[in-house]
Design a protein around this ligand. Structure first.
Ligand code: FES
Ligand SMILES: [Fe+2]
Length: 437
């Protein structure tokens, strides 16, 4: 027998207790990110499906809320817990001018004013002191937005050129057409940042959605979709650059293709994300170079370990929404049709990001070259949090209802056989040379 003389290295023994970056991930009242998030408007429901039928329960930034529409059509967001003695307004009844608690019949309007106290003499002579906590609401782009921050700092709800203005014949699609979709969005059980930072993690597209699980983005390799060469993991690093934008960050990924008229074209796929939680995702199933972008996605934290995904699409084509919802297939199926075994064989975003844990453990990460975009957006989020703590306006927050903000997402033609650059491609190419990080 030979005695071992060298110790094994890199084993799991004795590692420090793992931890996550609370400053980036925790969103409850009073937390650094929670306070920063409360300086922005967030979608909490889809307008079309928010009817006056029943109240809806949700959780946003760690707060339990009720979203409802009164009989006069006004959307409201109030605390779930009744200010009288705490029953849930989820069991309440919607009336013409507000919502009425089931327990003792107190009725509140969309701004929390107590309109009536059914069991009090005279309907409640001191009902004006019983204010149900509420939040301001605005509806736009087919979504109900809420502002949960300091009232004196309430910003204008921004406009984006991807959605605004709608062209003739267009409408906003904002509801998930999938089984079990709720008025208050689709909830997933992991931290919001894992999905938001995934938007700038473009290399995962080449591995997870192609090399590992087979071509998952429908349209791949056809005249409509992205060519298979786009998904080459060995080339993605050199084809990609990451850039800061006025309101966030974006990446450019170059690729070549043959146009329907037989020309070779150099194109660039770009995705921009804006702070704190917006992603502009182009149509990857039907690629239309140099088209006006038409989709925004919001990743809204429910609490530290759950989030909901909202979107709005400006389109005259109902198929556009279908392509978003069904655009990723796992072994030819949608995620809700998959068995556990199939999910393991053909994993996609939910499996990859959900399995990072309820909140991924940042202390256990080993960041590499391909994480440059992730590092960039985390740094920007930290700056946003710092700004709020320093009493400054964080990026993108303005009290002015300004013109629609530029969103640079889509496929841009850089050059063709004839050497001509499209306008968008030329402008962006010169911008790319100065803004790279
Ligand atoms: S607890 Fe709501 S009315 Fe009494
Ligand atoms: Fe993905």
């Amino acid at each position: 027998m030979t005695e071992l003389t060298t110790a094994d290295t890199g084993t799991g023994y004795g590692r420090k207790k793992p931890s996550y970056d609370a400053r980036l991930t925790e969103v409850g009242p009073g937390t650094p990110m929670g306070e920063a998030m409360r300086r922005y408007w967030h979608p909490v429901a889809t307008s079309e499906t928010l009817t006056s039928d029943q109240p809806h329960r949700t959780r946003v930034l760690g707060e339990d809320l009720i979203v409802f529409r009164d009989g006069q059509g006004r959307a409201g967001v109030v605390f779930e817990r009744c200010t009288h003695r705490g029953s849930s307004l989820f069991y309440g009844r919607i009336e013409d001018d507000g919502i009425r608690c089931c327990y003792h019949g107190w009725k509140f309007d969309v701004q929390g004013h107590c309109l009536e106290q059914a069991c009090e003499p005279g309907g409640g002579r001191r009902r004006d002191v019983a204010r149900q906590p509420w939040y301001p609401v605005e509806e736009r782009y087919g979504l109900v937005f809420v502002y949960m921050g300091p009232p004196e700092l309430k910003p204008a709800l921004p406009r984006w050129d991807a959605l605004d203005p709608a062209e003739e014949g267009e409408q906003y699609y904002a509801g998930w057409p999938v089984p079990g979709a709720e008025v208050t969005g689709m909830e997933q059980d992991f931290n919001w940042l894992q999905i938001w930072e995934n938007a700038i993690d473009n290399v995962h597209v080449t591995w997870l959605h192609y090399a590992h699980s087979g071509a998952q983005l429908t349209g791949t390799g056809t005249a409509e979709g992205l060519p298979e060469s786009f998904y080459d993991p060995s080339r993605v690093a050199e084809a990609t650059s990451y850039h800061k934008t006025e309101f966030g960050a974006k990446y450019h990924q170059r690729y070549e293709t043959t146009t329907p008229d037989g020309q070779r074209a150099e194109l660039e796929w770009r995705i921009e994300q804006q702070l704190p939680n917006i992603v502009a995702l182009p149509d990857f199933t039907q690629v239309t170079p140099d088209a006006r972008h038409n989709l925004l996605i919001w990743i809204v934290p429910s609490d530290d370990t759950h989030h909901r995904v909202f979107f709005s699409i400006r389109s005259g084509d109902p198929g556009r929404m279908q392509r978003l919802v069904s655009g990723i297939k796992q072994n030819g199926k949608s995620f809700w049709e998959m068995t556990e075994d199939e999910l393991r064989r053909y994993p996609s975003d939910n499996e990859a990001q959900g399995s990072q844990g309820p909140i991924t453990l940042h202390s256990e990460e080993t960041l590499a070259t391909s994480d440059r975009g992730v590092v960039m957006v985390r740094r920007m989020l930290r700056a946003m949090v710092d700004d709020v703590e320093a009493g400054k306006n964080p990026v993108g927050v303005s009290r002015v209802d300004g013109p629609p903000r530029r969103v640079e997402s889509g496929v841009f033609t850089l050059s063709t056989d004839s050497g001509a650059l499209s306008q968008g491609g030329a402008a962006a190419k010169s911008a790319a040379t100065v803004s790279g990080e």
